[in-house]
Design a binder for this molecule. Sequence first.
Ligand code: PXP
Length: 237
Amino acid sequence: MTILCVNIDHVATLREARKITEPDPVTAALLCELAGASGITLHIREDRRHAKERDLELLMQLAKTRVNLEMAAADAMLPVAVKYRPHQVTLVPEKREEITTEGGLDVAGNLAKIQSVTESLQDSGIRVSLFIDADENQIAAAAETGAEFIELHTGCYCNAVEEEEQKRELEILVRGAHIAQDLGLRVNAGHGLNYRNVQPVARIAGMEELNIGHSIIAHAVFVGIERAVKEMIALIK
Ligand code: PXP
């Protein structure tokens, strides 16, 4: 069964637009859980521009489901993960100037580094997922690191405008998931998923967890967070 983890970064972004205390992403997380979300995802960037350590600390105390921390594979981030011990860390590429995570992690090109960060996290009892494109080389490299999960980057599929292109991109994801599972990896997916494009990805065989943020928070502005989460869960199921 595919589950929904709601990415609450977009609530933190709104808070930081004013640099005050509201809206609080932790309150949003608890409401997402009440509406049936199976997990909460947040991305603490090296520059802390959206989510803060305070958000992770409170989430670890209050969340009833699972916390998935997205972070760069950087030595400076390791102490944060080890201190709070979220259920899962998803390693993502990070460029300071980007608006959101733009591409998948280059695991093949940085194998030793990603392997070492993965091992350090696992030594602290944290399971590791690598956010990568559905590319055969990257998937094979991900398996070499010893990470338990990959998160397939769904951005190209979500950006596809024409039906044919969307179909092609979906096939790439289906094949990627298959290759990963054959190598013993478990598979999550996310980035750019919304109420119109989520179902084919949720139906990919063995798909475990979808990390969805922007579309849910955007919809919540109009219909409320409870309804926004429930509508997404209904589509995924
Ligand atoms: N997964 C990863 C690794 C991400 O970096 C993001 C964006 O922060 C998401 C999922 C969620 O993407 P979106 O906000 O487009 O749903």
